[in-house]
Ligand binder design. Structure first.
Ligand code: COA
Length: 257
């Protein structure tokens, strides 16, 4: 295990497990670094014909570590930010990406599912994208992919009101392929990954490229990143992060945009 990411390779399947359950698998810069490196390396690794993303414990992931957002906002973080490498690697992956998600999938936990080719949800899964609640903007090309997938009206509501989408709704709207009982989640995802790993990898890659052109996704990621970085420095975002640390709801009515 490196930096709270477990890496396993077996029978042509690379499994990446978010393993920080005491913090609900909140993703840190170091974790994004390992995830990005693993996805990029998988592209040229014959033992990684398929990639599975999953989370340990009771939820997939609570999204980006909010403490790290606060540290960036305070100017206390130096060095490379790996999150953009990770989301670009998701958008550019030619390997089939399979996700197995239980419990909450918050923020990037939900938006990364839009990059996965096969999404298996446990019946208790709840997808939410509370970026605006944190005074930020949605990322990972979700401002393009979410309206494309579920329609503008529903995507706007999800982003603006931050309400969770149930597993069943995700299935009905085409965000997920399967909903299974929680205790079947990992066997179901492993079974799908095993089937995909036996298919011709070149054909899968070419089909995926035809079905999802990475160029507009990467352009959208770049546009979102600029807004995201600017938003992190606002008084609104400071209020959101302080409220999270103080375990109280934010009050945006008294701060300027
Ligand atoms: N960043 C940093 N720490 C996080 C976190 C996150 N995204 N999500 C959870 N944690 C931490 C909590 O602060 C808590 O730490 P502590 O034990 O040191 O106090 C621990 O993980 C357990 O979380 P808790 O809130 O007690 O669990 P819960 O089951 O009651 O609630 C969530 C789970 C996911 C609903 C809640 O933690 C939450 O809303 N997290 C923030 C999600 C978020 O806004 N993510 C960013 C999206 S852009």
């Amino acid at each position: 295990m490196t930096e709270h990411i477990k890496i396993e390779r077996k029978d042509g399947v690379l499994t990446l497990t978010f393993a920080r359950p005491d913090k609900k698998n909140a993703l840190t810069n170091a974790m994004y670094g390992v995830l990005a490196d693993s996805l990029i390396a998988a592209e040229a690794d014959p033992s990684a014909r398929v990639v599975v993303l999953r989370g340990e414990g009771d939820m997939f992931t609570s999204g980006n570590d909010v403490g790290e957002f606060a540290a960036i906002a305070a100017g206390a973080v130096q060095g490379e930010r790996h999150v953009s490498r990770f989301v670009r690697a998701l958008a550019q992956a030619t390997r089939p990406l399979v996700a197995a998600a239980q419990g909450r999938a918050v923020g990037i936990g939900a938006t990364m599912l839009l990059h996965c080719d096969f999404v298996v949800l446990a019946d208790n899964a709840q997808l939410s994208t509370p970026f605006i609640n944190l005074a930020l903007v949605p990322e990972a090309a979700s401002t393009l992919l979410m309206p494309m997938r579920i329609g503008y009206a529903r995507a706007y509501e999800m982003f603006a009101l931050g309400e969770a989408m149930s597993a069943q709704t995700a299935l009905d709207l085409g965000v997920a392929n399967r909903v299974v009982p929680l205790d079947k989640l990992h066997t179901e995802a492993a079974g799908i990954a095993d089937r995909l790993a036996r298919l011709p990898v070149g054909s899968l890659a070419a089909t995926k490229k035809l079905m999802r052109n990475p160029a507009p996704l990467v352009a959208q990621i770049d546009a979102e990143s600029q807004h995201f970085a600017a938003r992190l420095k606002t008084a609104e975002a400071r209020e959101a992060f302080t409220a999270f640390a103080e375990r109280r709801p934010p009050d945006f009515t008294k701060v300027a945009g």
